[in-house]
Design a protein around this ligand. Sequence first.
Ligand SMILES: [Zn+2]
Length: 251
Amino acid sequence: MNQFKHCNTNKTYDPLNSYSVAINERPSNGAMSSGRRNKRSVGEHTKYWSVGKTLKVLVYKLDEHSFEAVKNGASKWLPYINLNFEFIEMDEKDINATDEFLGDIRVDFQPSFNNAGSSAVGTDSLAGHAHDPSMTLGTNVSSPDYESLITHEFGHALGLDHAHQHPDAEIPWDREKAYVHFENSANFSKAQVDANVFPLERVPGRTYAPYDRYSVMHYQVHNELTVGDWEQPLNKNISEGDIAFMRQIYP
Ligand SMILES: [Zn+2]
């Protein structure tokens, strides 16, 4: 119940491919960097889907509850976005029988991802291979926090980054304790902690909502990992800030 939710966003896509997929989907994804498109700025773009699109969500078949859980967790965003989801459930062997992209978002389950999750950010899910899942969830479908984890992962799939990594995040991390904690609990290397936990520099070409500690895209932060008295319990629901940002991105 009180377990930490680990989540990795996949950052390994070729930046040029990530950029071309993003502007092919929605030209304004490259708007901020188009004036100085060079090797340095090519990764500086948003990864939002085309407004009004129906996103195909392919879900690998796991058990009788998993498909419903994905639908429920993902659909929590629908009142706030001008997008639709079309959910499809398929067996892995049928998915692997074709080289086509069967889903814009492709959701797989792995027991090793219990209490964890991973997702490509926005259009990056089309920058990978058609056979590869763009999102991985655990198999503990009956866990009480399972649907909120799915909501979080679909936030990434819709183009959101982690809220606790906002450039203006005020979290007074005790960095050394955090490195040890995430190594023990998530097997994160120092580089992974830097990439997934600590605030990131502001990047020109990306859009930012105001920092929101109540965002469903924010990690739980334990008091013992901060200097002084600062903690943030697990946010299980979409926040007012999340709603405002999604309405701005997908009007
Ligand atoms: Zn995440």
